[in-house]
Unconditional design. Sequence first.
Length: 68
Amino acid sequence: MNAVTASSNALILDDLTGNTREIETNPLVNYNIISFDQNLKNNSSIYFINLNTARAGDYIDANVSALG
């Protein structure tokens, strides 16, 4: 499964000076998950799952895997 979210921005108003500025509140993000599951004899199974989050720019990315 894969999902992509668009970046989000906010417009900030300084009440003292009346100036406005735009800041990024959320970058472009790609979420990805993949899973493999195999049934074995005697009602047992083996699986592998991987979750990945990739963010545009200087933001931290994440990757998690599990095997059981």
